[in-house]
Write a protein of this length. Structure first.
Ligand code: ZN
Ligand code: ZN
Length: 244
């Protein structure tokens, strides 16, 4: 399995970059976790938009879904050009799909994520767990045939659900919105020390910090997590690629 970070900023993108978007590949299978602001302009540096097999959206905050609406137009135009003949399957965790401004069901086939479902896309199996955030948000796990697994936290405050869901995962891609000194400052997001505790309790194989803050010195984030988690820690950046 291969993870490529397409976008990693929280809230809004820095120049020439993107907010949450992650490409997960297993052989020819290619899926996206979240599709935030600026994601499409970055993604097409790595794959063609017609290669995406499915998209999973952890929650409907704009920094996680903004470019899905442009992806819908892209799918429509690609069909009109004769480059594809089917709608793209998009799985979204939200209370009411009908409130989303998706307009073309022939371009994007939107499905509600049910927390108990197991969705098979090519060579990957995708599962979900409820997180702790201002609006319904789920963590998403991709598992391959060998049992290798990658868990993405979405946005979340500290919750035992994330520890349970990522138990023994090979990689945990986890939001790290705040520094140690800001612990508990904003509900529904994690600080470095909480990230470290979760990773350690879940005994994950390695950690990637993402959904990074626009303030402070982000090179310090790993140093603050390190006392809690001694295995490999990476800080997300555009194009960061990890083979599992
Ligand atoms: Zn966010
Ligand atoms: Zn959010």
């Amino acid at each position: 399995m291969k993870l490529t970070v397409i976008g990693y900023w929280g809230a809004y993108p820095k120049e020439n970059e993107a907010t949450a978007c992650y490409l997960i590949e297993q052989d020819e299978t290619k899926i996206l976790f979240d599709c935030g602001s600026g994601a499409l302009s970055q993604l097409t540096n790595y794959i063609s938009i017609n290669e995406i097999d499915a998209v999973f959206i952890s929650h409907i905050h704009a920094d996680h879904i903004a470019d899905l609406y442009c992806l819908e137009y892209a799918m429509l135009i690609q069909q009109q050009l004769g480059n594809r003949n089917s709608a793209l399957d998009v799985y979204i965790y939200t209370e009411d799909l009908n409130h989303l401004p998706l307009e073309y069901p022939t371009a994007i086939r939107a499905h509600s994520i049910n927390l108990t479902s197991v969705i098979k896309v090519g060579k990957l199996e995708v599962t979900f767990a409820e997180m702790l955030h201002e609006i319904p948000t789920c963590a998403i796990k991709a598992t391959n045939a060998k049992g290798t697994s990658l868990v993405y936290s979405g946005d979340s405050g500290y919750t035992p659900n994330l520890i349970r869901f990522s138990q023994d995962a090979d990689l945990l891609l986890i939001e790290c919105s705040f520094y140690q000194r800001q612990k508990g400052y904003v509900k529904g997001h994690l600080s470095t020390t909480e990230v470290g505790e979760i990773a350690s309790k879940a005994n994950v194989g390695e950690l990637v910090l993402t959904h990074l803050p626009h303030f402070g010195d982000i090179s310090q984030l790993i140093n603050e997590v390190r006392p809690y988690f001694q295995k490999k820690i990476s800080k997300a950046h555009t194009g960061l690629s990890i083979l599992l």
